[in-house]
Write a protein that binds this ligand. Sequence first.
Ligand SMILES: Nc1nc2c(ncn2[C@@H]2O[C@H](COP(=O)(O)OP(=O)(O)OP(=O)(O)O)[C@@H](O)[C@H]2O)c(=O)[nH]1
Length: 402
Amino acid sequence: MRTLFSENILSPPPLPIPQRNPFELTFASTPSLSYASSNTSVQSSPPQHDLLTQYTQQQQQQQEATSSTSGSDGGRLYPVRRKGNPKILFMGLKKSGKSSAQKVVFQRMSPADTLFIEPTNKIEQTSFESFTTIDSVEIPSHLSVHSPDLDHHAVFSNAGSVIWVLDVQDEYLASITALIETALFLSEHYPRVNFEVFIHKIDGLSEEYKYDTFREVRQRVQDELSDLGYGDSNVSYYQTSIFDHSIFEAVSKVVQKLLPQLPAMETLLNKLCSTCRIQKAYLFDVGSKIYVAADSSPSFLKDYEVCSDYIDVIVDIRQIYGWQERRDRHGDSESGGKGDEGSINDSMITLPGGDTYIYMREIDEHLSLLCIMGKGCSVKRRALVDYNVGVLQDALLEVFKV
Ligand SMILES: Nc1nc2c(ncn2[C@@H]2O[C@H](COP(=O)(O)OP(=O)(O)OP(=O)(O)O)[C@@H](O)[C@H]2O)c(=O)[nH]1
């Protein structure tokens, strides 16, 4: 076959992507991992580990030297360590959807019920208890960042992220002006706080208009910030709606940036995926359906949706029929007694077509691992997957033990 390129021209091999050392965190003890694999070529060799470790150490030294406050590394945001629980502030103009967004995600309110939410007139804080406690705070629309009634220190000093909720179904120029004001205030006074923009109520726009509007808002904000000399400020944008999974995906990404365990979790999931040929692996918080980590392969909303729906099914079944007492893979039950090995809470389904499977395994009472597997990882390899997921489970429990 004739091709445009000569067969003798070889493209250079891709450079290995340097990854953060997962064990940089000050854990009480670090898990020692050895995954079982039927394919030895996917396991990293010791010299590679040395290189990665050296690279990470250099990065850390550079970061310490420049005492960077943003936690940004070449465009990639790494969690900045903060004291206390992850705290997320919801801000935006009146009726933009602040209460709805947080109630749908953290309190499992049905989207239809948000029609009856009363306006918020004072600062409201709620705590979501799960694998970690997430504080979510709503700032009423009449309190702008320059309002003398706002206790800036109490509100922003320990905040992790500010989410600006912008209603695209409304006239949004006024919201953009207030958004810029808030972004500037945060850049100047609280640069460690992440600034996230939810381009919200996107469900009301037609398919082709959705992306145009998203791009227009993003461009306007970026242009105005650069005109004011803050072009390099790290602002993230998400298209969201409470009527689909987009709000959960967006909140997941916001929460992930606040978790110091994220690099360790990502590395563990990457290793699991390469060892067991898993297409995509998510670590879900079952209570809220936000995912706290995923492997680094490209992520599609559809994958997230199918896993999220599967969690709903499992939670419903569990509520109706109950669930076996959980035992770990060593046979210890939660009450401390010894039981039969194998009574671990996991399940697997095949999607229509028969080529794709979803595997779910409880890691602890809040977190569950969900994996999407394709042709390369059939049910015949289930024993290998079970074993390796067991190793991952032990490591994750160590990570959260701190
Ligand atoms: N179509 C659509 N409507 C939404 C969405 N999110 C919220 N809403 C609706 O927007 C209206 C206002 O939502 P709220 O959550 O009360 O907004 P708010 O910003 O908290 O309002 P205030 O507290 O009064 O400032 C409600 O009727 C919600 O049902 C969305 O994603 N899509």
